[in-house]
Design a protein around this ligand. Structure first.
Ligand code: PMV
Ligand code: MG
Length: 356
């Protein structure tokens, strides 16, 4: 039996602005995983998952058509990961076979709670790894990233793929997204292997050395949120607020670049200041684009963290999911967590995960 796993992720800074190619964001991988187990079969294959058993679908109407929304359905990420990985294997002379996959996720709780830790990215990455492993292909990180990014983008249709990068590379990352239009047209017009071997315009993935004395603390708002829908809404609002949007993107870039410099200099104080600045930038984006990001529960989470001298902000698309805190020796973490719990915020026992 083959077993491969991939970690979940959290955004630390640079959300939304990361959707513009070459713009940076900071992410971390966390130590909760999606595991994919694969055994060969000689008859029919199966895909089984306890957490991802599908009991409902989401759909909208376009005229007489019923449009099924598969973006929040993990099975579609698994199928897409298999499809592109096998296409790559076949192009490189592999012989395709039949197998059973069993998927287990720690990123979604047993009672179906979604924490927003990037389970769709992690399930895509873990599936690509298991299938490559099965066909005897070396799990080179940039190959895994590119196949998983193509598979993920094909299902979700939007997103920066930062979650896929965090799940492949692990640790603290500075991620700059690539030109997704270029990728879409490359995938539709070129051999997959050529696309994977090409340099993707704009893409850079840089590991950051953890800063001594800084700790990442995570609180869950207990409200699930849909990233793809929030991204769609901000995208629609962009054209009506061009000047403000461009300013937001430029300010976010400067802010994240200062965080990267803070990591390089080991300057925790600078990192904390820029986390606070990024919070303010995301609040302004939310105001002018009318998209809920820092909902009241997340404001409570942040206010409590700041009271105990942590630097806090929403993580990811917002409107629920998690908030993050950069804590140091001045932060009273125990008091902060106790006050969170009294305010319906759940501290999550997560740590930054380094991928070997
Ligand atoms: O909500 P999350 O953790 O999936 O993060 C989304 C971050 C965005 O920048 C808003 C979208 C993206 O794909 O980068
Ligand atoms: Mg989210």
């Amino acid at each position: 039996m083959i077993t491969e796993k991939a970690p979940g992720k959290l955004y630390v800074a640079g959300e939304y602005a990361i959707l513009e190619a070459t713009n940076p964001a900071i992410l971390v991988a966390v130590d909760e995983f999606v595991t994919v187990m694969l055994t060969e079969s000689d008859t029919t294959g199966t895909i089984h998952s306890k957490q991802y058993a599908q009991d409902s679908i989401h759909w909208t109407r376009r005229g007489s058509q019923m449009i099924v929304d598969n973006r929040d359905n993990p099975f579609h990420y698994i199928l897409s990961a298999i499809k592109f990985t096998e296409q790559y294997v076949a192009e490189n002379g592999g012989t395709l076979a039949v197998y059973n996959l069993t998927i287990n996720s720690e990123l979604d709780s047993a009672d179906g709670k979604k924490y927003g830790l990037g389970s769709s990215a992690a399930v895509t990455v873990a599936t690509v790894k298991a299938v490559l492993h099965f066909y005897g292909v070396e799990l080179e990180k940039s190959l895994v990233f590119k196949l998983a990014a193509i598979a993920h983008l094909t299902v979700q249709g939007n997103g920066s793929l930062g979650d896929v990068a965090a799940s492949v590379y692990g640790g603290w990352l500075a991620y700059r997204s690539f030109d997704r239009e270029w990728l879409r047209s490359a995938v539709s017009s070129r051999r997959l292997t050529d696309v994977v071997n090409a340099q993707w315009p704009g893409l850079t993935i840089q590991s950051l050395k953890p800063v001594e004395g800084l700790e990442l603390i995570v609180g869950w708002s207990q409200k699930p949120a849909s990233t793809s829908q929030l991204v769609e809404k901000t995208d629609e609002e962009k054209d009506d607020n061009r000047t403000q949007y461009n300013q937001f993107v430029a300010d976010s870039r400067d802010c994240v670049e200062q965080i990267i410099a803070g990591f390089e200099a080991g300057d925790g104080h600078a990192i904390k200041q820029q986390i606070r600045r990024n919070r303010a930038l995301l609040r302004s984006l939310s105001d002018f684009s009318n998209v809920p990001i820092e909902i009241p529960r997340l404001t409570t989470l942040i206010d409590i963290a700041e009271k105990y001298h942590g630097a806090a902000k929403t993580s990811g698309a917002g409107n629920g999911d998690c908030g993050i805190v950069i804590a140091d020796q001045n932060t009273d973490v125990a008091a902060m967590k106790a006050e969170w719990q009294a305010n319906e915020i759940l501290p999550l026992d997560l740590h930054v995960h380094q991928v070997s």
